[in-house]
Design a binder for this molecule. Structure first.
Ligand code: NAP
Length: 237
C-alpha cells in the first residue's frame, strides 16, 4: 500500500512501531512528537520519514503537522490518531482539575483536532484511532479520567465513520490492553504492564508491534469493508 501516512506520537511506543511497520509496507511516513526529538528523529531516519514537533492538543501545531505531511507526501491516505498520555494512578476523588484537563486536552481534544484535520484533507483512505481497553474497563483507582478520555474516542469513531463512509474513508479504533511501552513509567508504574499482564487470560503483556500489526491491517485494503468498529488488542482482557 503506497501513500502518505500520518502518525501522531510516532516517536516512541505503539506509534513508533506503526511507523516502522508502515514504512515496511510501503507507506510514506510523517510522525509527530511532543518532547523527545532524538527518538522521533531516529524513527524518521529509520523509516525515511519526516518528524514534526507538534503538540496534539494545539490546533496550530496540528495544522502545521498536516501541512508538512502534505508537502512531503501529498494528501494523506492514512492517519493514525495515536498521541496520548496518562497521569499517576489515583482514585477520582483525589484528582486535581489541572490533571483531568491535561488528560482530556491531549487524549480527547487532541484526537478530535487530528481527526477533524484528516476529515478535511483526506479524499479516501483510512483513519485509525488508538483508544484503550480502559474505555470499557473504566480503570478504577488508577485512571478513570484516562478511561473516559478514550471512551469519547470510541464514540467519535462510530460517528465519524458514518460521516466519512460516503467519502470512501474508513474510521476504526484499536483498544490496546496492557502493552509494554514507556507510558506506564510516565504514570509512575514502570512495571505495570508486566505485573498486570501476567494476570490476563493470555498471561503476558502485549508488544507495541502486536498493536501496530492490527493498525496496519485496519489501514490496508484487506480491511476494505470494516468501518466504525473497535478492535480489542488485549490478550483476552
Ligand atoms: P508512549 O510510549 O508513552 O509514547 C507516547 C507517544 O506520544 C510519544 O511519542 C510522545 O511524544 C507522544 N505524545 C505524548 N503527548 C503528546 C502530545 N501532546 N502531542 C504529540 N505527541 C505526544 O505511549 P504508548 O504506550 O505508545 O501509547 C500510545 C497510545 O496508545 C496512547 O494513546 C495510549 O493511550 C494508547 N494505549 C497504550 C496502552 C499501553 O499499555 N501502552 C494501552 C492502551 C492504549 P514524546 O516522545 O515526544 O514524548
Amino acid at each position: 500500500m503506497a501513500g502518505g501516512l500520518i502518525v501522531t506520537g510516532g516517536g516512541r511506543g505503539i506509534g513508533a512501531a506503526v511507523c516502522r511497520l508502515g514504512a515496511h509496507a510501503g507507506w510514506s511516513v510523517t510522525l509527530s512528537y511532543a518532547r523527545d526529538a532524538a527518538a522521533a528523529e531516529a524513527v524518521a531516519a529509520e523509516t525515511g520519514g519526516v518528524a514534526v514537533r507538534a503538540d496534539a492538543a494545539s490546533e496550530a501545531d496540528t495544522l502545521r503537522l498536516f501541512d508538512a505531511a502534505e508537502e512531503a507526501h501529498g494528501a494523506p491516505l492514512g492517519v493514525v490518531v495515536n498521541a496520548g498520555v496518562v497521569a499517576p494512578g489515583l482514585p477520582l476523588a483525589e484528582m486535581s482539575l489541572a490533571r483531568i484537563e491535561q488528560v482530556f486536552r491531549t487524549n480527547t481534544i487532541g484526537a478530535f483536532l487530528t481527526a477533524r484535520e484528516a476529515a478535511r484533507r483526506m479524499s479516501g483512505g483510512a483513519i485509525v484511532v488508538v483508544s484503550s481497553a480502559a474505555a470499557r474497563l473504566g480503570a478504577p483507582n488508577e485512571y478513570v479520567d484516562y478511561a473516559a478520555s478514550k471512551g469519547a474516542l470510541d464514540t467519535m469513531t462510530v460517528g465519524l465513520a458514518k460521516e466519512l463512509a460516503p467519502k470512501g474513508i474508513r474510521v476504526n479504533a484499536v483498544r490496546p490492553g496492557l502493552i509494554e511501552t514507556e507510558i506506564h513509567a510516565s504514570g509512575g508504574a514502570p512495571d505495570r504492564a508486566a505485573r498486570l499482564g501476567a494476570q490476563t487470560p493470555m498471561g503476558r503483556p502485549g508488544a507495541a508491534e502486536e498493536v501496530a500489526e492490527t493498525i496496519l491491517w485496519l489501514l490496508s485494503p484487506a480491511a476494505s469493508y470494516v468501518t466504525g468498529t473497535m478492535v480489542d488488542v488485549s490478550g483476552g482482557r
